[in-house]
Design a protein. Structure first.
Lengths: 411, 225
């Protein structure tokens, strides 16, 4: 509904010339080995996994198509709409972002920015390209893959930026809703390394684990999650502090809490009580070398509180981090990233084991082509230990190797 | 008092200067001399974008300089030049060479304004009627940054990429030399030094105390205008 509304309202209200459209098309060749991917019913960690028998699986396909619309309502007010077609998702056409930014011209060292709509909290330091793509790699880090899959808010964000002698300091605060089922994927699937972007209507699959399912004796969680959904009618919040030095270094953190009430269920979707911290540092070194690191840790709970304990039916702590180094040379860019990730299950491990740990190494090379097009190739190795795999017939320890090549058309 | 160091010497470091210096000293000998200045920081690094001004410490009639219309361009989501010096009451043109919009603003005391530049070939003018430093930003492109130094000095110049500045045909007399740089450590305290211009050309060196890494105008990321 939301997308139809936005689609029809945007052009109607816009004057000629104040609307601009850009198109982003990601054509992809993928070959990967290892278990089937999580979008194909498995517990695999990449967007496109291997065959059921572990053989390599080659795909040549459209990864996504996006339309990015900018609407300059006035000098201080701008709208942005990001629509996606992803043939690999259950809901193929979706609104990924749709928001307005009001930013009056500064009258002092302070800049005020007000944002409202459906948007990503600014967590990712990687996804700075068009249509939330990363200029460094095809697959985002574990942290930012999760942000793409499950972290989207509908609400307000207020940001104050102070320009100072030494750099810019920014404080942001947000009140939001429609992000209650967040945490489901981390608990039942674990982390992933990919580039799936959920939208307002997305329904993402879960593997058919014996511990879940609508007729499960444990908790009636269906084999899917609707990440952008309001369940408990409680307002969540996040706040962030960002420091951007004139020295080429940026640091910051964000605290997110959806204040989900873990007992409330609507349309088979629980409100998961999910909170986390995200920290980052980004350094520009000489010779166009960039180093980015992020670290996140948090927890999620769902279901009832277990009598006499401080744990819930599903109660998982999680953490992940990465360090990425990238060098640009003319039209070329070379990037290397190391990811590590972990989930720690605090309850009912015997019947519903949501533990996991793993790491990944990603190498990528990209070449800027005419105009804004980008050709990018990536080699990805993910190692992970996830005991719940044994309940659907796979070994707990899995290695996935994937080679991907992507042509990103952007006009 | 800033710890700036001035070495006055008469050696000419670049051949180009010899030729130019000779030409000019032949034409204006006995009436005017040239000042040539090399500016660097305390680590010996060349200082581009230093605004050098010469203010007379004596009475005299100073003709308004020949009218030129300086331009602060917007091109590729960047301002060009990064630092500009103009005489007070000069109108500066802000031409937009980009296909897209800019919203140029200043909240500096010497001139507060905002300019809306719709698209290619749109150009607007701002008259700077107060002495001071104006820092420019764009409300659409966070990376955009530039400075305009508005001065009432009869002689002024911005150092080039080699850290050099030259002021030709300076009337003999006593002057206050002043240098401002966007990244000077003490924002309030410019480098100053009284100098005397006699009949010979003056070649000198000035060392500024600058921040190790200062504010820069970064080019926008590819395709991210
Ligand atoms: Cu601009």
């Amino acid at each position: 509904m939301l997308h139809l509304l936005l689609l029809s309202v945007f052009p109607l209200l816009a004057e000629a010339g104040s609307l601009s459209n850009e198109f982003y098309i990601d054509s992809r060749f993928t070959t990967s080995t290892g278990e089937p991917g999580w979008l194909d019913g498995g517990l695999g960690k990449s967007r496109f996994g291997g065959d059921v028998d572990g053989e390599s699986n080659d795909h040549f396909h459209l990864a996504e198509l996006a339309i990015l619309t900018q609407w300059e309502v006035s000098w201080d007010l701008k709208g942005f709409l990001h629509l996606q077609y992803d043939p690999g998702q259950t809901v193929k056409e979706d609104v990924i972002e749709g928001y307005f930014i009001y930013q009056p011209v500064p009258q002092s060292d302070f800049t005020f920015r007000f944002k409202t709509g459906l948007f990503f909290p600014s967590i990712s330091r990687e996804n700075t390209g068009p249509a939330w793509s990363s200029p460094y790699t095809i697959s985002s880090s574990a942290i930012n893959s999760w942000v793409g899959e499950e972290i989207r808010v509908v609400g307000f964000e207020f940001k104050i930026i102070r320009e100072g002698e030494m750099g810019n300091l920014a404080i942001s605060a947000s009140a939001f809703g429609f992000n209650d089922p967040t945490g489901t994927l981390l608990a039942y699937r674990g982390w992933s390394i990919g580039d799936v972007k959920a939208g307002a209507r997305s329904q993402l699959p879960l593997a058919e684990l014996p511990a879940i399912g609508l007729d499960s004796s444990f908790v009636p969680q269906p084999y899917w999650v609707d990440p952008v959904k309001e369940v408990d009618n409680k307002i969540g919040y996040y706040f962030a502090l960002d420091w951007k030095s004139h020295q080429p270094i940026e640091i910051g953190f964000l605290y997110y809490n959806n204040r989900g009430d873990p007992d409330v269920v609507e349309d088979y979707q629980y409100a998961w009580g999910t909170e986390f911290f995200n920290f980052y540092i980004e350094i520009e070194l000489p010779k166009k070398v960039t180093v980015i690191s992020q670290y996140s840790l948090g927890s999620t709970i769902m279901g009832g509180q277990i009598a006499g304990t401080q744990t819930w039916d599903v109660d998982v702590d999680y953490s992940a981090g990465f360090i990425l180094g990238s060098k640009k040379a003319g039209r070329y860019r070379v990037s290397v990233r190391y990811d590590w990730f972990d989930t720690d299950d605090n309850s009912h491990v015997l019947i519903d084991n949501n533990n996991e740990n793993g790491s990944a190494v990603t190498f990528a090379v990209s070449m800027q082509l005419r105009k804004k097009d980008l050709l990018i190739a990536e080699y990805l190795i993910i190692d992970s230990y996830h005991p719940a795999r044994t309940t659907i017939g796979y070994l707990a320890q899995q290695e996935t190797k994937a080679f991907q090549m992507s042509y990103r058309f952007f006009r | 008092m800033s710890r700036l160091l001035i070495n006055t010497y008469f050696a000419v470091p670049v051949q180009f200067f010899v030729v130019l210096g000779l030409t000019i000293s032949m034409a204006f000998s006995a009436q005017a001399s040239d000042l040539r200045l090399a500016v660097n920081d305390t680590k010996g690094r060349i200082s581009q974008y230093a605004v050098v001004t010469l203010k007379p410490l004596f009475e005299g009639n100073w003709p308004t300089p020949i009218a030129h219309s300086p331009q602060m361009k917007q091109q590729g989501a960047m301002f060009t030049p990064f630092v500009m010096a103009v005489k007070v009451n000069t109108s500066v043109k802000f031409p937009n060479l980009d296909e897209f919009r800019h919203q140029v603003y200043s909240y500096s005391k010497a001139k507060k304004f905002k300019l809306r530049l719709y698209g290619k070939d749109e150009s607007k003018e701002v008259a700077f009627d107060k002495v001071g430093i104006i820092s420019l930003g764009c409300n659409i492109h966070d990376n955009m940054l530039a400075y305009i130094s508005v001065t009432d000095a009869p002689y002024f110049v911005v150092t080039d990429s080699a850290g050099f500045a030259e002021i030709l045909n300076v009337r003999p007399g006593k002057y206050q030399l002043s240098i401002w740089h966007p990244n000077q450590k003490n924002r309030k305290q410019n480098f100053t030094q009284p100098i005397t211009i006699a009949t010979d050309d003056v070649v000198m060196n000035a060392t500024l105390e600058l921040r190790r890494v200062g504010r820069k105008q970064k080019p926008p990321e590819d395709g991210n205008y």
